[in-house]
Design a protein around this ligand. Structure first.
Ligand SMILES: *Cc1c(COP(=O)(O)O)cnc(C)c1O
Length: 732
């Protein structure tokens, strides 16, 4: 990727040559250099450095080191660093980052060598990397973030492409009656680790995408996520109309037309951006259908450069394209009308030399049906040779759902496989748990975290040591939640006494169940309230009480989801619940991280089989929490009877209300008969031995298998390598 460096000049804010800088200035630059590579976000010792500089501002600035450093003059920073004796730690972090960036002995060097000159281009509509970078909404984004962090760690050559949303997703605020309100705020671009990409003449690179009306323009930002570069397209440029300048301001905002225009910029614009940057990918990975227009532009390139006809180019491009689907319900897939397709794809269709009907047929299951909408998932499936779902069960569901695309094949023969999602261990494992593993695991365990052998060592840890670590994380979670609840109460203008009452909410000795995710209706957040009396008995049992921590946003247009939130929040006005249920506003990566670090039990009760994978429960297993879940998504393949709890037996019924009733019954039963007795069954030292054994089983059976390292190694071996085969001799 030498070309990238040539076409992008350094940021224009020129600084003095190093030897003319004061020591204070050098120190400031060094800290900024660390802050500008998101690598810091998964290094505990590095982000702790930033925190120590000013713990209160660190928290107030949403853990954004560039914003924090912006509040220090170089002289003040030097003073503070001296005061805290941080200098050698800063030097060490700086050196480690440099070594990391230069290291050439990676897994990818040996296993993904063919990608060296032509990296994977990974497309996603959202990237959840850190709370200070609000360009994600939920699981899909966090998965993309974890994917690229792992590509960085393993040294798999990959560039990522997404959109820059200046207002991101909304901030959630609950009003007096517990109803969700949505706030949007502009992100201060200067405090993000982003730079503009420039052409050789020093002008910002802008890509143009034709439509039937005005063309769309987008500039290109880039940022460094460890060794991976992430490019983000942004429509806020002068060339666009006022309306189009706002096109990429909100993630999943606007109407269907906004959606198709964003997807046009992501797909077609994304490929043009790579070209403008001089990057020639060997493989294209479309993470979900949002970016499925991308191969259409690659096909055009192939036709132009190699003189292929449309069909030849299509099969060449499909050979290099990997498509991952995440949506197990037909209604969840993006679909556009022929009019919308005409408005936005007609220029592309002409460049491809195909008829409009041929273009439409690429997005239709039945090309002959003029009433069928154009579906992005169908397009993704038709333009890729390798397609996968994100868990074993989801693979079955997807093959069944798309069987009609291959009418002559049986369900088993449908070419959609599965690679189960995983999570990035350094991001999601708490510092204290990491230290415990460092004490007991082999020295280089973190590099081998995708292998089962490493995690077996958890069985050598004394039960008391594991339990103490967990309890310490649990108290931190409770402090964190109280802090948030105080903030919420103050904002709502509650009286001082009420704000202070928050300090008595949640008891660190009580079994604590966490539930946090998007409030999509299929996730049934309020299922536990199906039988209010029974739930109240569970919560208020004198010897074996239970408390719940909830968090999550509903999509702005999801009325039933908002009502679930309201129902849960308003339990605080019912004395029968005894304040044993709290709701933390504005779920994001930061709230999520604290929750998965500290809960005893992570609850998940989706309507099976609608949870394609789910990843939050995987994060919990890294920290010693136990899952209690419907046998859906990843848990259907992870649960083995000794490593957590299952709600029901994985049966499903066509009748939704019947299923909900059965599942609620099974939820109460597993809590009453299994979870609660096991947690409160203590030995003479006060240790729940059976529970601790389960914690260990959960870690040793899940942590490697559902790590993003394992996931990325699977993608490399099963998709990237075969797709890239022979690429170097064929590329122009
Ligand atoms: C991990 C994560 C998710 C995904 O969790 P699911 O279990 O898939 O719902 C969503 N949002 C945030 C902030 C996360 O960290």
């Amino acid at each position: 990727m030498g070309q990238v460096k040539e076409t992008i000049s350094e940021s224009p804010s020129s600084t003095l040559p190093k030897n003319q800088m004061s020591n204070a200035k050098k120190l400031h630059e060094k800290c900024l250099a660390i802050a500008r590579n998101l690598w810091w976000s998964w290094q505990h010792d590095v982000f702790n450095l930033f925190r120590e500089l000013d713990p209160i501002r660190w928290r107030e600035l949403e853990h954004n080191p560039i914003a924090l450093l912006g509040e220090f003059t170089p002289e003040r920073l030097e003073e503070r660093v001296t005061e805290l004796s941080l200098i050698s730690r800063i030097d060490y972090a700086h050196r480690r980052l440099r070594d990391y960036m230069e290291c050439s002995h990676t897994w990818g060097k040996t296993h993904a060598g063919v990608l060296g000159a032509h990296p994977v281009a990974y497309f996603s509509a959202e990237f959840g990397i850190h709370e200070s970078l609000p360009i994600y909404s939920g699981g899909l984004g966090v998965l993309s973030g974890d994917h690229i962090k792992s590509a960085s760690g393993l040294g798999v050559p990959l560039v990522a492409v997404g959109l820059f949303y200046s207002q991101g997703y909304f901030h959630q605020r609950l009003d007096e009656v517990g109803y969700q309100q949505e706030d949007y705020a502009n992100t201060d671009v200067r405090s993000l680790p982003m730079q503009s990409a420039y052409d050789e003449e020093g002008k910002p690179l802008v890509v143009k995408i034709e439509t039937e009306g005005n063309p769309l323009f987008a500039k290109i930002w880039y940022m460094q996520v460890g060794r991976v570069r992430l490019y983000l397209l942004d429509c806020d440029v002068e060339e666009n109309s006022e309306e189009d300048r706002r096109l990429t301001s909100r993630l999943y905002g606007g109407d269907e037309r906004t959606r198709i225009r964003q997807e046009l910029v992501l797909g077609i614009g994304g490929i043009r951006a790579l070209r403008a940057l001089g990057i020639r990918p060997g493989v294209y990975h479309l993470n979900e259908g949002h970016s499925a227009f991308a191969p259409l532009e690659v096909i055009r390139e192939y036709m132009e450069e190699r003189g292929l006809d449309f069909q030849q180019a299509l099969s060449e491009v499909a050979r290099r394209t990997v498509f991952t689907t995440h949506t197990p319900v037909p209604a969840g897939h993006d679909r556009f009308s022929p009019e919308q397709i005409a408005e936005h794809l007609a220029p592309q269709q002409q460049l491809l030399g195909i008829s409009f009907e041929e273009l439409l047929s690429l997005g239709r299951v039945d090309p002959g049906n003029p009433h069928e909408m154009f579906c992005m998932t169908v397009l993704g499936l038709k333009l890729s040779r390798r397609a996968n779902a994100v868990s074993n069960l989801h693979g079955h569901v997807s093959r069944k759902m798309w069987q009609s695309l291959w009418p002559h094949r049986t369900e088993e023969e449908i070419p959609i496989g599965h690679i189960t999602n995983g999570v990035h261990v350094p991001t999601w494992m708490a510092g204290q748990m990491r230290q415990l593993c460092d004490r007991h695991f082999p020295a280089d365990w973190i590099k081998k975290r995708g292998e089962p052998e490493v995690w077996k060592h958890i069985h050598e840890v004394r039960p008391g040591e594991l339990w103490e670590t967990h309890n310490s994380l649990k108290s931190q979670l409770i402090n964190f939640v109280r802090h948030y609840l105080r903030k919420q109460a103050r904002r709502r203008g509650e009286e001082v006494s009420q704000v202070e009452a928050v300090n008595h909410l949640l008891d660190p000795n009580i079994l604590t169940i966490g539930f946090a995710r998007r409030f999509a209706t299929y996730k049934r957040a309020a299922l536990f309230l199906s039988d209010i009396e029974r739930m109240q008995e569970i919560l208020n049992n004198v010897n074996r009480p239970v408390q719940f921590i909830f968090s999550g946003k509903a999509h702005p247009k999801d009325e039933p989801g908002k009502q679930f939130i309201q129902k849960i929040v308003n339990t605080r006005h019912d004395k029968g619940f005894n304040d044993r249920i709290v709701f933390v506003e504005d779920y994001d990566i930061n709230v999520g991280r604290h929750l998965v670090h500290g809960v005893d039990v992570w609850l998940n009760n989706p309507r099976r089989p609608l949870e394609a994978s789910g990843t939050s429960g995987q994060k919990v297993t890294l920290n010693g929490g136990l899952n209690c879940s419907i046998l859906d998504g990843w848990w259907a393949e992870a649960y083995d009877g000794t490593n957590g709890f299952a709600i029901g037996h994985g049966a499903g019924h066509a009748d939704e209300s019947y299923t909900d009733k059965k599942d609620a019954e099974n939820l109460y039963r597993v809590l009453e008969d299994e979870v609660i007795p096991c947690f409160y069954d203590r030995d003479s030292d006060g240790l729940p031995q059976r529970w601790i054994e389960m914690m260990k089983n959960s870690m040793s059976s899940c942590a490697w298998r559902f790590s993003a390292y394992r996931m990325l190694m699977d993608y490399t071996k099963e998709c990237y390598e075969p797709s890239a085969g022979g690429v170097s001799c064929e590329m122009p």
